[in-house]
Design a protein around this ligand. Structure first.
Ligand code: GTR
Length: 413
């Protein structure tokens, strides 16, 4: 592909399937030494580290190591939350050994009906913990946030913002299926703007983690925060730390995939419409492109990622390789038919391609080559659905994730 055609392919965006030019994906099993991976051992010890490193270099940067610097403080507990359905805990995770202004707040709901340690879904929220429920005792975030939905004035939440995003959370469904939910506001780690890093953890933890802000990125900071939630969950006796599932929507789906790739404690990973830079294929010219995403959100990825905007064929990785880093852990990739920006078909093809890696472990992923009908999940250890409707997390999505996690975790629910 010449530079000219590459540019034409990447800008502007395309949503006409008949105009998608042919493309070739890097073979996820092709080792740099020329051989093809034939077993899980080669995958785990050679190819996986190689691909992970490509991601560090080209898209997300380093995932700083930590010697459990997190300290936890239970700010509040109510064992009769949601009319007795749950125990609510609010936990402050201090991220800096001395500076107590550097923290993230986790809102945790535990199912009271489950008498043994509960499996848990971990997922960031877009607008503060106070938006996922109307419960009055949930702390109102005082962080910077976008004007999303009601109740945000001058980029700060007000009381009117409580419970404005309950539809994305389906708390009662999650709890009644016997799962706990742990959520935090992604802006606790780094505000989602080009200069957000100056007040976020990439600056405040620079010395503690021994990493410069440009050695990682906003996505990296968000992903790393998810690992700190896992640190806490491992200490909570009401949680089954072997059953921590991660779920993320859209930009938070991208961060979720990077956390899943980087931290093996996440036992199951769900990408909800993560799109470009997440589950979707950058080489498939449909919906958002590398050029567009790096122009709109320069902070999300390391600077190197932007250099592939003009010619994505030079990018050494693509969405299927990110998904393959979850193997052999259960992986769910979900799209919505009206969400063309995330390229549903690209997400499907990517999940199918990643299934080749699952096969090395004797796990069945997605083996059909055509898109499934609407609202019809396909695949086993790698599962995919395209549902009707728009870019969102819906009750339908949660129902599928809960069913998938119950099956994969061997729970009877
Ligand atoms: C869009 C962005 C997408 C996706 C989305 C979201 O503006 O282009 O990549 O992340 O935001 O997070 O809702």
């Amino acid at each position: 592909v010449t530079a000219m055609t590459a540019r034409a392919q990447n800008f502007p965006s395309n949503t006409d399937e008949s105009k998608v030019p042919p493309y070739t994906l890097p073979d996820v099993l092709q080792m740099p030494i020329g051989k093809t991976v034939i077993n899980s051992n080669q995958w785990l010890h050679a190819q996986r580290p190689y691909i992970y490193h490509l991601y560090e270099k080209n898209q997300f940067g380093r995932y700083p190591a930590t010697k459990t610097i997190s300290r936890f403080k239970i700010l509040e507990t109510d064992n009769q939350a949601l009319d007795g359905l749950a125990t609510r805990k609010q936990v402050r995770i201090y991220l800096h050994p001395a500076d107590t202004s550097v923290y993230m707040d986790v809102l945790l709901y535990l199912p009271n009906a489950v008498k043994t340690p509960a499996p848990v879904f971990v997922a960031y929220n877009f607008s503060g913990n106070h938006t996922i429920t109307a419960e009055k005792n949930v702390l109102l975030s005082n962080r910077w946030m976008y004007f999303r939905g009601k109740g945000v004035v001058n980029n700060r939440a007000t009381e009117a913002a409580r419970g404005t995003d309950t539809a994305s959370w389906q708390l009662k469904t999650i709890l009644s299926k016997g799962f706990a939910l742990a959520t935090a506001y992604y802006g606790d780690l780094e505000p989602d703007t080009a200069t957000g890093y100056t007040t976020g953890i990439r600056t405040t933890l620079k010395e503690v983690l021994n990493i410069q802000p440009d050695e990682w990125c906003t996505m990296g900071a968000w992903a790393w925060g998810l690992s700190r939630i896992a640190d806490y969950l491992q200490t909570d006796k009401n949680i089954d730390a072997g059953k921590i599932a991660l779920m993320g929507h859209s930009r938070l789906g991208k961060a979720t995939l990077w956390a899943g790739a980087s931290d093996p404690r996440f036992a199951l990973i769900v990408s909800n419409e993560s799109g470009e830079g997440g589950a979707a294929l950058s080489r498939r010219w449909y919906g958002e492109t590398v050029q567009i995403i790096t122009a709109h959100f320069p902070h999300w990825f390391v600077a190197k990622y932007k250099t592939y905007g003009d010619d994505v064929t030079k990018l050494p990785v693509d969405g299927h390789m990110l998904l393959s880093l979850m193997a052999p852990r259960p992986l769910y990739v979900a799209s919505a038919v009206e969400d063309t920006w995330s390229d549903p078909k690209g997400e499907f093809l990517s999940a199918r391609e990643a299934s080749r890696v699952y096969a090395l472990f004797g796990k069945k992923g997605i083996d059909t080559s055509s898109m499934p009908p609407l609202n019809t999940p396909v695949g086993e250890t790698v599962r995919y659905h395209i549902r009707s409707g728009k870019h969102a997390v819906t009750l339908y999505d949660w129902e599928q994730y809960l069913k998938f996690a119950s099956e994969q975790f061997g729970l009877r629910r």
